[in-house]
Design a protein around this ligand. Structure first.
Ligand code: ITT
Length: 206
């Protein structure tokens, strides 16, 4: 059976990715479970670059230090929220942009900043790039998005991060008000992981 090692320290991502890949006959583990505990500097300017930086850093370490996983596929997710009325911010900075604030505080700050912005200008999207390092091949990347709007208030307790104020008009609720299955069916991460799975199946990697 193939092993997929996921290069992330974000347990919420791990939970979603495990659910989305649940039907695949693969052994799934996180980079920490494989022994990688270093910090990775995400100094790329795009989601794709940062996803590749993370996957390649962990893949290089695994090949050097964990020979038992030499054949494993190493994957990483770089994702974030782009808000049109803020020129695409926080974008690749979505995590670091919090500073000392909690997510609810950061979302309330954005809601305040956008208080005079009309409904049709409140567009936002979650973006997710997934990179996969397969031994002997170039790094493969895919990127997907989900379109929505910045809500006027925080609603819902599912999901994580910026979900409670990411309103999806077609569903009339935020992604934090969706069931896990519903969010995975429409989300940037759900779409990107499925695109990567299809790509790896097509290329005979899985
Ligand atoms: P790793 O780099 O270790 O994977 P991270 O959380 O730092 O973990 P990113 O640099 O990719 O990951 O930052 C992604 C941030 O974007 C994440 O921390 C959230 O703030 C936001 N985000 C991404 N996907 C999201 C989602 O599905 N729902 C809500 N917020 C999300």
């Amino acid at each position: 059976m193939k092993t997929i090692i996921f290069a992330t320290g974000n347990q919420d991502k791990v939970k979603e990715i495990r659910e989305i890949l649940g039907d695949l006959p693969v052994t799934f583990m996180t980079m920490r479970e494989a022994g990688f505990t270093e910090e990775i500097e995400e100094n790329g300017t795009t989601f794709r670059e940062n996803a590749a930086i993370k996957a390649e850093a962990v893949a290089a370490w695994i090949r050097r230090n964990a020979p038992a996983y030499a054949e494993a596929i190493v994957m990483a997710d770089d994702s974030g929220l782009q808000i049109d009325a803020m020129g695409g911010m926080p974008g690749v900075m979505s995590h670091r942009w919090l500073g000392d604030r909690t997510y609810p505080q950061a979302m309330m700050d954005i809601i305040e900043e956008l208080k005079d912005v009309a409904e049709e200008q409140r567009g936002a999207r979650f973006v997710c790039s997934i990179a996969a390092c397969v031994p002997g091949r170039e790094t493969i990347t895919v990127q997907e998005t989900v379109e929505g709007r910045v809500a006027h208030e925080i609603r819902g307790t599912e999901g994580f991060g910026y979900d409670p104020f990411f309103y999806v008009p077609e569903y009339g609720c935020t992604t934090a008000e969706m069931s896990r299955e519903q969010k995975n069916a429409i989300s940037h991460r759900g779409k990107a992981i499925r695109a990567m799975r299809d790509r790896l199946l097509e290329e005979g990697v899985l």
